[in-house]
Design a protein around this ligand. Sequence first.
Ligand SMILES: NC(=O)c1ccc[n+]([C@@H]2O[C@H](COP(=O)([O-])OP(=O)(O)OC[C@H]3O[C@@H](n4cnc5c(N)ncnc54)[C@H](O)[C@@H]3O)[C@@H](O)[C@H]2O)c1
Length: 365
Amino acid sequence: MENLVTMDLQATYQGKKVFLTGHTGFKGAWLLQWLRLLGAEVKGYALAPEQAEDLYNLLAGDTLCESVIADLRDAVRLEQEILSFQPDFIFHLAAQPLVRLSYEIPAATFTVNAIGTAHVLDAVRKLAKPCSVVLITTDKVYENKEWLYPYRETDRLGGYDPYSASKACAELVINSYTQSFFNPATFEQHQKGIASARAGNVIGGGDWAKDRIIPDIVRALRTSQPVTVRNPQAVRPWQHVLEPLGGYLLLGAQLAGKPLEYGGSWNFGPYAEDNKVVEELVQAALRIWGSGTYEKPVLTGQPHEAGLLKLDISKAVSQLSWKPQYTADAAIAETLHWYKFYQEEPAAIQQFTIGQINAFIPHED
Ligand SMILES: NC(=O)c1ccc[n+]([C@@H]2O[C@H](COP(=O)([O-])OP(=O)(O)OC[C@H]3O[C@@H](n4cnc5c(N)ncnc54)[C@H](O)[C@@H]3O)[C@@H](O)[C@H]2O)c1
């Protein structure tokens, strides 16, 4: 079976049209750069980048793709942009992705994440050509039982906070559209492969989001402040951003060849034994940065955050031949090296980012 090492992603994506939502975001900008290295023609659809230091800007994203700045909630515009482009692939990453923000804007989070996904699939219904569609949700779609066992794709969906629940809703939307409009039994008519990808927290250079641990660490280090660690004992499956993106690309490639076999949902996470508590991540980050301190304030009145969450990746490993390339330690090192390099040589960060992408996939020779 083909895997990330043996699969010729270039042969799959070279010259192909890829519609990428969320291209101005953290994961989207990495995927945009990777797709361009593979020779794809990319049209992006998202809101404008928020700050000068967003990875999209650092990579000169506007030179890498045709960039449409528009809202997922604008179904008419979204459909126009998809249909006029006639994509071979769609990667849907755009979302309101922050748990804490979802407590402030719950209804908008549901609209963007669940209805926005329906808008993408509505446009796909009208696309009269073969297309492979990978829709990105999250590991938080599972009903979190705070138990030791990793979650499998067949486990019950749930979600305590509005973000998690909105992504679980997106999964229900995807499942409903797949059964109703992209059913394997009628494949010859619709010619669509539809899959959802569930990955956990990712880390990597160029993330400046509020309330995410690595950006919080880097912001503190850059200003010589102590790092504030909110949930030091929370277990998280850390993985480098390139890990799930490699999974999405592999999944997209397999969907294009065998849409019926590779449809459905897929977990992408680190090996179970490679989970770390937040405090260990912070300690490793400070070691690599070479300076800095952290503190663990006693916080009261904080919104509920899930404590324990592991993904079972057996399905992706056995059926997709996908596997993590980096240990948690390597992922942390790659990430901190990116920020250190950016601190020292900001003008060369695109080349450094490309170097990290090229180094990520080991070559067979
Ligand atoms: N970063 C993580 O650790 C993580 C973990 C699990 C899942 N995810 C998922 O991966 C995807 C990308 O996350 P990210 O970390 O890059 O987030 P991000 O905030 O960096 O990027 C979000 C993207 O979505 C776009 N967007 C937001 N609201 C929109 C709207 N109403 N209309 C159009 N575009 C809109 C933004 O402009 C941006 O391009 C999301 O679906 C997220 O839920 C991320």
